[in-house]
Design a protein around this ligand. Structure first.
Ligand code: ZN
Length: 318
């Protein structure tokens, strides 16, 4: 993923300067945005289910232990098998295709697990599972690892019950990362492929919301308010976070993010990207060999996992 070019201005403004004035700046942004005001929404009828943070973290640990997981690597194959093995017995579809990239042709594969609901609508929760291709000494604990593991934990909560509401589909997108330099044609390979497919077969029209997760394992969890996300969905997420007492981790800063949600947004699907773009001081851990397990926290996985489950519940009630 990357920031929209204009987003860098805000990011640099907020990232520059000493630590003391960073917080007031972020607070000022929060005050200016209606979305960050305390939510008055009533709690839904049933308490939202909660994820198991240690189990989620164990999935992340095992995925990261595979090592580099870029397309074409042995680790990528291993991770595909790991994900599919943990979805044993679920309805799993694969969307395999050949991507033409600046580094050559690659076999990519989106993995979709479908959990049926009682209504003819779909809620998608997705994340990319590839790690950055050009980086060699790189395990992508947060960027790729954290959300791939969290999605497996979410599957544990969706499995084996008829969901009262829309069907929930979990998607592990492949090829999010650029092979050379981020551009509209060198990025988001998997999401662009599946969005096209879902547009042509009519699936896109049935998707009530797509929630994208990226880089949310950071122990210092500050999820940005993405300007490319649907405002109503941002509000639903914020209300869910407030219901659980986690609102301080959400939306203090505005950024516009280019990520796997964009191909769906372009086809009219309401989308929201939950991403903590600030990973380490001045984003020092992002796309470096420093993106390792010790920077992550099970608590962050729990916060995001629980907010996602509560958001799904709210979307079903809308
Ligand atoms: Zn990345």
């Amino acid at each position: 993923m990357r920031l929209n070019p204009a987003g860098w201005l805000i990011f640099l403004l907020l990232s520059s300067g000493c630590a003391q004035n960073k917080a007031p700046e972020a607070a000022a942004v929060a005050e200016a945005k209606p979305i960050a005001e305390p939510a008055k929404a009533a709690a839904p009828q049933a308490p939202a289910p909660t994820v198991n943070p240690n189990r989620a973290m164990q999935y992340v640990r095992e995925i990261v232990a595979i090592g580099r997981r870029a397309p074409g690597s042995p680790g990528h194959k291993k991770e595909e098998s790991y994900i599919k093995n943990h979805l044993n017995g679920d309805t799993v579809e694969q969307d395999a295709f050949t991507a033409k990239t600046p580094a050559g042709e690659f076999q990519l594969n989106n993995i979709i697990a479908k959990y049926p609901g009682t209504k003819d609508c779909i809620l998608v929760v997705g994340s990319h599972y590839d790690t950055n291709y050009p980086l060699k000494n790189y395990v992508g604990a947060n960027d790729g690892g954290s959300t791939s593991g969290l999605l497996l934990e979410l599957a544990n909560h969706l499995r084996g019950k008829k969901h009262e509401g829309c069907s929930v589909w979990l998607v592990w997108f492949d090829g999010e990362e650029a092979f050379d330099k981020w551009s509209p044609t060198d990025s988001l390979y998997g999401s662009r492929h599946i969005a096209e497919k879902w547009k042509s077969d009519g699936t896109a029209k049935r998707i009530k919301a797509l929630i994208l997760l990226d880089m949310i394992g950071d122990a210092d969890l500050n999820i940005d308010r993405d300007g490319n996300s649907d405002p109503a969905l941002l509000k639903t997420v914020y209300d869910a976070a407030t219901q659980l007492g986690y609102q301080s981790h959400f939306f203090a800063r505005d950024l516009a993010i280019e990520d796997d949600h964009l191909p769906f947004r372009n086809f009219g699907v309401p989308v929201v990207d939950l991403i903590d773009f600030d990973y380490g001081y001045n984003n020092a851990f992002h796309h470096t060999s420093e993106d390792t397990l010790d920077k992550l926290s099970p608590k962050s996985l729990q916060i995001v996992g629980d907010v996602v489950l509560a958001t799904l519940q709210r979307l079903d009630a809308q």
